[in-house]
Design a protein around this ligand. Structure first.
Ligand code: HMG
Ligand code: MG
Length: 314
């Protein structure tokens, strides 16, 4: 049996990947409060918003207000998505204290998805990222890459490990620090995850490869375990299981942070994150959205809390 990592870093992408997909408008103040609750729960990496075109993704049009509203906690890394120089310039037009610590550039492993998501070919997208990477790094800002549809594409169907490795290699060439393998539509299964991770590991050290699994087919937690088996120790996840991608219809949110943490705790893997704190954050954002969390763990723990409160009151 393989030895699993003893520590894992969880990156909560709920404020960005989650809320970018909400039909209802969510106030900037609510997003700020969500980030505060996530950092209170012990998360050290939070993907806050994106500096993309508000015509394409209006939900993230309040990006500057959200970045300005956050009261930062030392030791927490705040990241934002940027698709081009315009996005980076916008993110850096704020006072320095409001700059992101990290930017995320995102390319697709299939040409069809690249066109739908960012309106250009894979090669064009990478050329647009080149100056972004250079400018961000010159300012001491880390750069992470996301390789979308790495385990399947809503337009192309199957995506091969060769196609994934092609984009990973391009990302390495332009100098990104970190490479995330993203299952945008949640169709990946454990062996496929391991095959894609192995390709990423040919180009990036293990601490700079991560998994980003949407949970459409309930494979998210299993896929995290599969990635742990090959030594991956950084995972994106979304509070309350929020989200999806506006250009991947029918795809649900990321695997819920609470569900991943519940498994990691059971495996004795350290994260520094409090499950109860995550449940508080999940309850908060779910009540604003007027629905229950998607996360099974959050619902189980909230039911337990309600039963305990009822008992105490009787
Ligand atoms: P385009 O229309 O090809 O861009 O869009 P353009 O350069 O021709 O510009 C058109 C207009 O957009 C211009 O404005 C630009 O100024 C403006 P106009 O003159 O018409 O008024 N513009 C911008 N405005 C604000 N911020 C910017 C920006 N860039 C141009 N950065 C573009 C190309 C990439 C901008 C567009 O396709 C876009 O914004 N797409 C959004 C993609 C997106 O946010 N998708 C969801 C996030 S990715 C995701 O969820 C996947 C991930 O989670 C991993 C996974 O699960 O796979 C990361
Ligand atoms: Mg995503």
């Amino acid at each position: 049996m393989s030895t699993l990592p003893s520590k894992v870093t969880l990156v909560d992408v709920g404020p960005r990947d989650g809320l970018q997909n909400e039909k209802q408008t969510v106030d900037a103040g609510v997003k700020v409060e969500l980030v505060h609750r996530l950092q209170a729960a012990g998360l050290k990496e939070i993907e806050v918003t994106s500096f993309v075109s508000p015509k394409w993704v209006p939900q993230m049009g309040d990006n500057a207000a959200v970045m300005a509203g956050i009261v930062r906690q030392p030791g927490v890394r705040y990241s934002v998505l940027v698709p081009n120089m315009k996005g980076l310039d916008a993110a850096l037009s704020a006072p320095r204290a409001q700059w992101p610590d990290e930017v995320v550039v995102f390319a697709a492993a299939s040409e069809a998805f690249s066109r739908r998501n960012i309106n250009c070919s894979i090669a064009e997208s990478v050329e647009r990222f080149r100056p972004v990477v250079e400018a961000a790094k010159a300012q001491g800002i880390k750069v992470r890459a996301a390789v979308s549809v790495a385990l399947g594409c809503p337009y192309q169907g199957e995506v091969t490990a060769d196609e994934v490795e092609h984009v990973v290699r391009l990302m390495k060439e332009i100098g990104v620090d970190h490479c995330g393998i993203a299952d945008t539509i949640g169709v990946g299964t454990p062996k496929k995850v391991q095959a894609a991770m192995e390709r990423a590991l040919r180009h990036f050290p293990i601490e700079h490869v991560s998994g980003h699994f949407h949970d459409t087919y309930a494979q998210g937690v299993g896929n995290v375990y599969a990635a742990l088996e090959v030594g991956i120790a950084t995972f994106d996840a979304s509070i309350a299981g929020l989200g999806g991608c506006p250009y991947a219809k029918g795809a649900t949110g990321n695997v819920a942070t609470e569900d991943v943490l519940f498994m990691l705790q059971g495996l004795g893997i350290e994260t520094g994150v409090s499950l109860e704190g995550l449940v508080d954050a999940a309850a908060f954002i779910s009540s604003v959205l007027g629905r229950k969390p998607v996360s099974r763990s959050a619902n189980a723990l909230l039911a337990k809390r309600a039963a305990a409160a009822e008992k105490a009151a009787s």
